[in-house]
Design a protein around this ligand. Structure first.
Ligand SMILES: O=C(O)CCC(=O)C(=O)O
Length: 253
């Protein structure tokens, strides 16, 4: 059994559940204090970046978080998460996008979808593991505050949710609840949805998507890497320093 660097987590068991059910919730990846520290940084960014659209839609995305505070670089390269994606995808895994999502009181929509690139991949989808999503809970997630809806086994369906049912709750869906500091890992193919927040407090998660270096990433991670001072080798790898770049095929003979 392979365990994480702190010996607490069974990586093989996590991947077995991810493979079987399409997702796995991992409690206690970071302490509550660390999650609160990350949420405090995020709250500052949310306040700085809120627009009229934030209050109209009751939801806010913070992008390019790797260059906005070192705590986000640390979490992106967390040893447990890195080792999960190295095994599920491959050793050369890179980060495709790294953002925060906050749903405010009054957010009231469903929108079932797979993640990048499966909104666009021809159907039926290929069987191999192309991408994986990581959701960091910065608030305790509950049924009431909009814990994410997830459809177990949907990564095996080979297609997107039909549009006629994508904006309502789908029978068989499960609700992600858990304490802040937990992480949910999910296949990029797994159907999931944000859910209504019926409480009087916002709830925030971080979303880190990982993929292989020969796929196009969702965000320009290399541009963010160029803005970092002294990134570690792991951070350089994850942010695309070794990513395949299109070139000119030459006549070698
Ligand atoms: O915040 C959530 O609960 C889900 C967000 C989500 O599904 C997404 O941004 O793709």
């Amino acid at each position: 059994m392979e365990t994480s660097s702190n010996g607490k987590h069974d990586v093989a068991g996590i991947i077995a559940e991810l493979d079987e059910r399409g997702y796995c919730v991992i409690p206690d990846v970071i302490s509550i204090e660390k999650a609160d520290q990350a949420r405090t940084v995020l709250e500052r960014l949310l306040a700085e970046e809120a627009t009229e659209g934030t209050w109209r839609t009751r939801t806010q995305r913070v992008a390019r978080i790797a260059v906005k505070d070192p705590i986000f670089v640390e979490l992106m390269a967390h040893p447990l998460i890195h080792s999960i994606w190295k095994q599920y995808l491959d050793e050369d895994v890179i980060c495709s996008t790294w953002t925060a999502n906050t749903n405010y009181p009054g957010y009231n929509r469903h929108g079932w979808h797979p993640d990048f690139p499966f909104q666009r991949v021809n159907q039926p989808w290929p069987a191999d593991n192309v991408s994986g999503q990581t959701m960091w809970l910065l608030d305790d997630l509950t049924v009431e505050n909009g814990g994410t809806g997830i459809m177990p086994y949907s990564h095996r369906k080979g297609h997107r949710p039909p549009p006629e049912i994508a904006s309502q709750w789908i029978e068989g869906g499960e609700i992600l609840t858990g304490q802040r500091g937990s992480v949910m890992v999910m296949s990029g193919k797994t159907w999931h949805t944000a859910r209504p927040n019926t409480t009087d407090k916002p709830r925030s998660v971080l979303l880190g998507m990982y993929t292989r270096p020969f796929y196009v990433t969702q965000e320009d991670m290399r541009a963010q890497l160029a803005e970092l001072d002294s990134p570690t080798e792991v951070v350089q790898q994850l942010m695309g320093a070794n990513q395949w770049q299109p070139g000119v095929v030459s006549n070698n003979y």
